[in-house]
Design a binder for this molecule. Structure first.
Ligand code: AMP
Length: 216
């Protein structure tokens, strides 16, 4: 978990590579749904372009149907960008409890707002594989691993970035409190200002030490 631009997507991809854990990103699922030229696609495009959050029912249904369709390599799963509201977090707790699965290990990548705004405006993403790059140190146009074109996300402009940070503060910070306060809470704060490699190291250490994956 963490604010837009904190490195959730990057670290999630690295964890998938390093540990073979499956991952789902609600942002990616919703962007895919928003590309459809249906009234629902248009509704999602409008919400996401405004920097607001998509309603809880749509997001929870999308997560549940994606998880059902996945062949999980183990019973561990990375949820990138979910839950983002207390309603989503409570729903997740109920579902996990009903399935007899441990409460989530919550990794919070903590980054100050001024750094987030800068990182998001420099961010580019491979249209083919989703790899994330920064143009901070010079222009980049192609993905290093598959040569796919690097694109700027439609919601990575300054006006929308500020709206996304507002939504994060209003809706998602309370979720971090929810996990900090739960008796069975497994909340860990990670300094998201370290280098990508240092953060990946911290993440792997915590997942190996505290992840307690349930045997398949
Ligand atoms: P992300 O790729 O995680 O930055 O998400 C991009 C956009 O998708 C967000 O700004 C929201 O509009 C929407 N979104 C992603 N995940 C959620 C969620 N869990 N709840 C509500 N909206 C979400």
């Amino acid at each position: 978990m963490g604010a837009p631009g904190c490195g959730k997507g990057t670290q999630s991809l690295l964890l998938v590579d390093a540990m073979g854990i499956s991952s789902i990103s609600t942002g990616e699922i919703l962007r895919e749904a928003a590309r459809k030229s249906s009234p629902e696609g248009l509704r999602l495009r409008r919400i996401m372009a405004s920097g607001g959050l998509v309603d809880d029912n749509t997001v929870c249904d999308a997560v549940i149907s994606r998880v059902r369709a996945m062949e999980l390599a183990s019973r561990s799963l990375i949820l990138d960008g979910f839950p983002r509201t207390v309603t989503q977090a409570k729903k997740l707790s109920r579902v996990l409890e009903a399935l007899g699965i441990d409460p989530p290990l919550v990794l919070h990548l903590d980054v100050p707002n001024e750094i987030l705004v800068q990182r998001l405006s420099w961010r580019r993403q491979c249209a083919a594989c989703g790899a994330i790059y920064s143009v901070a140190s010079g222009p980049l146009t192609r993905c290093e691993s598959d040569g796919g074109p690097l694109i700027e996300r439609a919601d990575d402009n300054e006006e929308v970035i500020l709206k996304r940070l507002e939504a994060y503060e209003a809706e998602t910070l309370p979720v971090l409190d929810y996990y900090r306060r739960r008796r069975d809470g497994n909340y860990r704060r990670i300094d998201g200002c370290l280098t990508t490699a240092e953060i990946a190291n911290d993440v792997r250490g915590i997942v190996l030490f505290d992840g307690t994956p349930v045997a398949a």
